[in-house]
Design a protein around this ligand. Structure first.
Ligand SMILES: Cc1cc2nc3c(=O)[nH]c(=O)nc-3n(C[C@H](O)[C@H](O)[C@H](O)COP(=O)(O)O)c2cc1C
Length: 177
């Protein structure tokens, strides 16, 4: 795949659509330099502090949480249709227990700017540097959310990552469908 730089707002609707269906892959390195990828279904792209930002939500129970706490960086990789099974694996197995990437048939490479694992074969990639983090405040949640996604606690930490690179592959249309 050949990549070129992309304005971070390009293909916004398509990226959100994929995020809420098969999910996106959140890449990060653990403290020993092992690459990890976790499927995410929640997140947001926007402009904060005069910079493009990805906000991702990661529960403390995830192996990825420790990875981002350690590295202060992450990638958001948009998988093509061919990676639907890999997304299901990355969304159900933990990098804490096994070589998840190998199980999912994925490989990773280092980011060009930040220290985050970039998942190969994903036709859109964002590299992000953590600028801020905050935790969901249980007492500020509406009842509906206290009883829904947080019925068992494990309140997400929100990571605000400045998008320092956004790239798209030349065959993106064919891969995303
Ligand atoms: C479609 C889908 C979306 C998900 N979205 C999120 C999310 O936004 N935040 C989160 O913390 N976990 C989310 N998960 C769960 C994690 O991907 C899952 O627990 C994963 O095994 C964690 O991997 P890790 O322990 O290697 O970090 C999602 C799972 C799926 C299948």
């Amino acid at each position: 795949m050949k990549f070129q730089d992309m304005p971070y707002t390009d293909r916004y609707a398509q990226v959100m659509d994929i995020m809420t269906s098969r999910g996106l892959l959140l890449g990060a390195y653990d403290k020993d330099g092992k690459p990890n990828a976790m499927t995410i279904g929640w997140g947001s792209i926007g402009s904060i502090w005069g910079m493009p930002v990805w906000i991702v939500l990661v529960r403390p129970s995830r192996y990825t949480y420790g990875c981002i706490e350690h590295s202060d960086c992450f990638s958001v990789c948009v998988p093509g249709r061919d990676l639907a099974t890999a997304c299901a694996i990355c969304g159900s197995k933990s990098g804490r227990d096994s070589d998840k990437l190998a199980t999912a048939g994925l490989t990773a490479q280092p980011g060009s700017i930040v220290h985050a694992s970039i998942i190969s074969h994903c036709p859109i990639v964002y590299e992000c540097q953590v600028m801020h983090r905050n935790d969901i405040i249980p007492s500020e949640l509406v009842k509906q959310l206290q009883e829904g996604p947080y019925a068992s606690g494990d309140y997400h930490r929100l990571y605000y990552g400045a998008i320092v690179a956004a790239r798209v592959a030349d065959d993106v249309a064919q891969r995303l469908g």
